[in-house]
Design a protein around this ligand. Structure first.
Ligand SMILES: *[C@@H]1O[C@H](CO)[C@@H](O)[C@H](O)[C@H]1NC(C)=O
Ligand SMILES: *[C@@H]1O[C@H](CO)[C@@H](O)[C@H](O)[C@H]1NC(C)=O
Ligand SMILES: *[C@@H]1O[C@H](CO)[C@@H](O)[C@H](O)[C@H]1NC(C)=O
Ligand SMILES: *[C@@H]1O[C@H](CO)[C@@H](O)[C@H](O)[C@H]1NC(C)=O
Length: 371
């Protein structure tokens, strides 16, 4: 459906601010920190705004038309800045452990870092963070800019894909310098997988694990339409009244369940928690900019694990078997590429019954790669 119309030269000139973290709380070997980062990357210029749900609905049609991304229905992007734009943000992160191998976790859209460490009673078996600690890893899990505990940013000019990629580059450097990581593996979910792949193509890492990801937007329309885009500040003013109107969320629990869960492989309670507690709006700048960016997969040297719920809507149109073998061919310079395309789960792999087995597959892969 989408073509890459333009390749933005992403010259990330970025540096972490030394010693700029402050510890705010301590829970079970983990601590919440605020990490200041500076990034300097060119920005896309979006030529659309959304003020209300009529606009959000019009955007949905523009992004799901059969000719979407072509000259008859172009993406809402009118070029990019000629120079890098410098910005400072604060990243809300959970750090667990120090040294050894650090796993840097990047969540997807309409999600937050809670995806990696559910806080409901009985949620432990769905917690990748707890599983990773038990397996001897350190963890850096963070909210993307614009989300949850990280800086609230302009939904159009800041919350863009290549900016998120530059932020992750900074966090890799933070893991190495401040957390004293010997090795760093990136683990992404959904949009966070695209960010992880971008970062792995521009900064050196030891392993890359991608979930909720097929590398293709060919089956994206059911996700965009099914979510039922709504303006977050109007939809749930008590949660998101402070966000600008360019932040989008799903229309209701069942719309979100359709795009993120596959029956009968999950518990309804978990989908309710995801919608009511873990979800966080995403910005209008995020999707057009990922669609406009070409990731140079051939720059990724690290071994790659592609781990897929079979019934993933946004990645595979609800059926990943026979697609992920092609995704694997993108990584033509990686040391090794391994894939699993048939786990009994939808898009939110970690929140289905299969989670503990999926986590074990991650650790088996890392062990095999000596990471
Ligand atoms: C946005 O800019 C592109 C590229 O110039 C153009 O094709 C498109 O029509 C513009 N869209 C809007 C909504 O102005
Ligand atoms: C985001 O930045 C653009 C460009 O500076 C500005 O026009 C727009 O008003 C900003 N949006 C918000 C909500 O502040
Ligand atoms: C990998 O793919 C890229 C992009 O398609 C291509 O330019 C490059 O030659 C390929 N590299 C190898 C080692 O096959
Ligand atoms: C992937 O599997 C499908 C279905 O078995 C097959 O048609 C396709 O050729 C395979 N692609 C690659 C790159 O092996």
């Amino acid at each position: 459906m989408y073509r890459s119309l333009l390749t933005l030269g992403i010259a990330a000139v970025a540096c972490a601010l030394p010693n700029g973290f402050d510890y705010t709380s301590h829970t079970s070997g983990c601590r919440e920190v605020q990490i200041p980062v500076q990034v300097s990357v060119p920005r896309f210029i979006l030529n659309t705004t959304i003020e209300n749900d009529w606009d959000a609905t019009a955007l949905t049609l523009a992004l799901t038309r059969r000719d979407s991304g072509t000259s008859s229905d172009p993406l809402p992007v009118a070029g990019s800045t000629s120079k890098a734009v410098k910005s400072s943000y604060t990243i809300g992160a959970t750090l667990c452990g120090t040294g050894r191998t650090t796993l840097v976790l990047t969540h997807g859209i309409i999600e937050s870092k809670k995806y990696w460490d559910p806080d409901f009673l009985g949620g432990d078996k769905y917690s990748f963070v707890k599983a990773a600690l038990a397996a001897g890893y350190s963890v850096l899990s963070y909210d993307r800019i614009g989300v949850g505990t990280s800086s609230k940013v302009n939904s159009s000019t800041d919350a863009q894909f290549q900016v998120q990629g530059a932020v992750l580059d900074e966090l890799v450097s933070y893991a190495r310098k401040t957390m004293k990581a010997e090795k760093v593996a990136l683990f992404g979910h959904s949009y966070g997988s695209y960010i992880s792949a971008l970062s792995a193509s521009q900064t050196e890492v030891d392993a890359l694990i991608l979930t909720g990801y097929s590398g293709s937007f060919a089956n994206f329309a059911p996700f965009v339409a099914g979510t039922g885009f709504r303006i977050a500040r109007l939809q749930q003013p008590y949660r998101w009244g402070d966000l600008d109107s360019g932040y989008i969320t799903s229309s209701d629990l069942f719309a979100e369940t359709y795009v993120y869960f596959a029956a009968p492989h999950f518990s309804h309670d978990v989908a309710e928690w995801t919608y009511n507690v873990a979800s966080q709006p995403f910005a209008i700048g995020e999707l057009p900019t990922v669609l406009e960016t070409t990731i140079d997969y051939s720059k990724i040297k690290a071994p790659v694990l592609l781990l897929q719920g079979q019934f993933d809507v946004s990645a595979c149109g609800g059926d990943c078997v026979g697609l992920i073998n092609t995704t694997a061919t993108l990584f033509n310079n990686s040391k090794r590429v391994q894939y699993v395309d048939d786990l009994p789960a939808g898009h939110d792999l970690n929140l289905h019954y299969i989670a503990p087995k999926a986590f074990q597959m991650v650790f088996d892969f890392l062990k095999k790669e000596r990471v």
